[in-house]
Design a protein around this ligand. Structure first.
Ligand code: FE
Length: 227
């Protein structure tokens, strides 16, 4: 068996949110699909250890906010790589409360779906929640973010041979070392810099201010290693 075949599956990238007893939480997920159209039913797949899983299990409601292709890395990192048990992920985030009481992320979202759970299935580490659509709307026009684009381009893990790498490359620069975050795997590429974090393209890793943090997971600069 060649498990690399699984890498050929395609996914989007979403913030799946829920609530329980007045508390709200959301997380990044790449697994949201429409199951049927009459009635309109969608599903999400959530890790059983996650706080969002606990909230969906309790309240039987969830929302899916569909992220735009130009969503900044640090926004995605704020909803991933962290637990709502430790931080308030909605602090500083523009959101609205949906019909079910679950939050809908408005920042960087193209559209949202809101559902009430009608069925669920435990599958080892994860649960599939199927929910009847109770509300949905388009927030703005745009191209949705795909999981592949996030992995290959935004996180900087595109192989040099990949077409997207050359498409992104603007001009030849002197060779500069790349550094990788030991927490999340993000690669700092000096040619690209970290424009969202105020680091201009062409900035050597050594020249980044010490208070800079990983744009994906928020790890400090000293948690990066030369690759
Ligand atoms: Fe990181």
């Amino acid at each position: 068996m060649n498990s690399k075949a699984l890498y050929s599956l395609t996914y989007g990238l979403y913030v799946v949110s829920s609530m329980k007893g007045g508390k709200i939480n959301g997380q990044i997920a790449n697994t949201a699909i429409q199951i049927c159209s009459e009635p309109q039913v969608i599903e999400v797949v959530i890790n059983r250890g996650n706080l969002t899983h606990e909230y969906i299990s309790g309240s039987k409601v969830f929302t899916v906010s569909i992220l735009a292709k130009d969503t900044p890395l640090n926004f995605i990192g704020g909803f991933g790589f962290k637990s709502g048990r430790d931080v308030d992920k909605f602090a500083g985030i523009n959101y609205k409360t949906g019909q079910t009481g679950a939050p809908v992320v408005m920042d960087n979202s193209l559209a949202y779906l809101e559902a009430e759970v009608i069925s669920q299935m435990d599958v080892h580490t994860h649960t599939i929640f199927a929910g009847k659509l109770v509300d949905a709307d388009v927030i703005r026009e745009g191209e949705p973010l795909t999981y592949a684009y996030y992995q290959q381009v935004k996180r900087g893990t595109t192989p040099k041979s990949a077409p997207s790498y050359h498409a992104e490359k603007k001009e030849e620069k002197p060779k500069m070392d790349k550094y990788q975050c030991s927490v999340c795997g993000y690669i700092y590429d000096p040619e690209k810099g970290d424009p969202d974090g105020g680091i201009k393209p062409g900035t050597r890793f050594e020249d980044i201010p010490d208070d800079w943090t990983c744009p994906v997971c928020g790890a400090s600069k000293d948690q990066f290693k030369l690759i």
